[in-house]
Write a protein that binds this ligand. Sequence first.
Ligand code: MV4
Length: 451
Amino acid sequence: MFKKILIANRGEIAVRIIRACKEMGIRTVAAHSTADTESLAVRFADQSVCIGPPEASKSYLKIPSLISAAEVTNCDAIHPGYGFLSENAGFAEVCGECDITFIGPSPDAIRQMGNKSVAKDTAKAAGVPTVPGSDGPLTSEEQAIEVARQIGFPIILKASAGGGGRGMRIVREESDIGSQLRLVQAEAGAAFGDNTIYMEKYVLNPRHVEVQIIGDRHGNAVHLFERDCSIQRRHQKLIEEAPSPALDAKLRHKMTEAALKLARHINYYTTGTLEFLLDERGHFYFMEMNTRIQVEHPVTEFITGIDLIKEQISVAAGLPLSFKQEDIKMSGHSIECRVNAEDPEKFLPSVGTIKELYMPGGPGVRVDSAIYQGYKIPPYYDSMIGKVIVHAATRDEAIHRMMRALGEIHIAGVKTTVPLLHKIMHSAEFKSGKVSTSFLETFLKNQAAAG
Ligand code: MV4
C-alpha cells in the first residue's frame, strides 16, 4: 500500500480523500495555493506544501509544481480528485515517468475517452448503444446535410474535444446547418485547439443517468448501479440520486451491462462513470465517459455501503477489488444536494466570510464540505461549498429526510442555493420522479412567474 499520498486538489474533495487516507493508515500531503492556506485540507493533512498563487493555472494546474511537491515530501502517489488535472493525460504520464502512481486511469484511457467522437466510436465497437449520427467526425457541409436528412431534425453538432456540455449546438432546420457548423467549428478551435465536429440526432427531454464502475489491475471490473443527475442548470448538477427513479430492474441490468462492456473493452482499471441519455421511450444511449471520481459519488456509497475512494486507492496500489459483482447489493435510496455559495436567483457566485454555520446531522445524513465558521471563501474557484447527502429506505423517505436536513442548515455571511434546493424538494414534479434535464429551467421560469 502507499505510504504517503499528495492531494492535488482543494475543497471538499481534498478533505474527502484525506479522510479515506487517514482511515487506511496512509499519510497525506495537501498541495495548496496561497488562497487555501487556511483550508480544512491543510489543517487535516499530515503535511502541506504551497504550490503557487491563487490562480489555478499557476497552482492546481501546474504540473511541475505538483510533481516537485510530491518529490520533496516523498509521496509515492498523487490523488487528483475531480476537475483540475484529474482528466489530464499528460499529468498522468508525467507521474508515471517520475515513479509516482497517478490514482486514476492510464494516460491512454484518458486520451481515448477524452475525445468524445473517439469515445463514441469505441462504445459502438464494444456493442454499446449510441445516438444515431455521423460515423465519426464530419468532413464537409454536404456530408453534414446528408447525415441530417438520414437521421432527421433536430440534430446536435458536438465538438469532439468538448464534453460536459461545452461545444454543442442544436440545429432545427436544414438551412441552418452550414452556418451552425462553421460557428461550432470556430468555437471548438478557439476553446480546445481542435475543430473536429460530429453530429447526433437531438434527443428531446432526456434524463441523465450514469453508471458507476470500478476496475482493478487484474482484469476485474464491476458496476455499482446508476445515479440520476437530471436536475441540472447550464450543465451544472444541483441534485443527484441513486437509484434512478426512471429505471426498473430490467433496464438497470441492460444499462449496467452496457457500461461494463465498454469498461472491459478498454481494460479500465480505476473508478469511472459512463454517462447515458435516457429518452422518453426508455431507450438509452452512451454519451461520455468520465475517467475520474465524481462529485456525486457519495450517493453510490450510501446505496452500496462501499467506500469508493478507499477502493480507488487500493486498486491503484495494485490490490484486486475487495468485492465481486454478486457481493454488491443495492439498499434504499440516496439523494445529494450540492450547496453553492451563490445568489440562487442570478446564479452568480457569492463570496465572503462564513459568519455563522450549522450543518445538519442525525440519522442517514452525511455532509461533505470544507467550510467552517470564520472561513473566508476565496473568489478564485468553483462556488460549491459542500454537499448534503441523505440515505433512507425509500425515495419518499429520502426526500423527507433531505427536507429535514436542508431545514437544519444555517449559513450566514454568504448567499447559498439552500432555499432553491428546498423548493425543489417540496415540488410535486420532483416528488413524482418524472423529471428530465429540462426540469430546472421550467421550474425556475414558473417560480419567477409565481413571484
Ligand atoms: C445530447 C442531448 C440531446 N441529444 N445529445 C449535454 C452534456 C453532454 N454530456 C451531452 N449533453 C447533451 N447531449 C443528444 N444527441 C442533450 C444533452 C443535454 C444534457 C445532457 C445531460 C444533462 C443535461 C443536459 C442539458 C442539456 C443538454
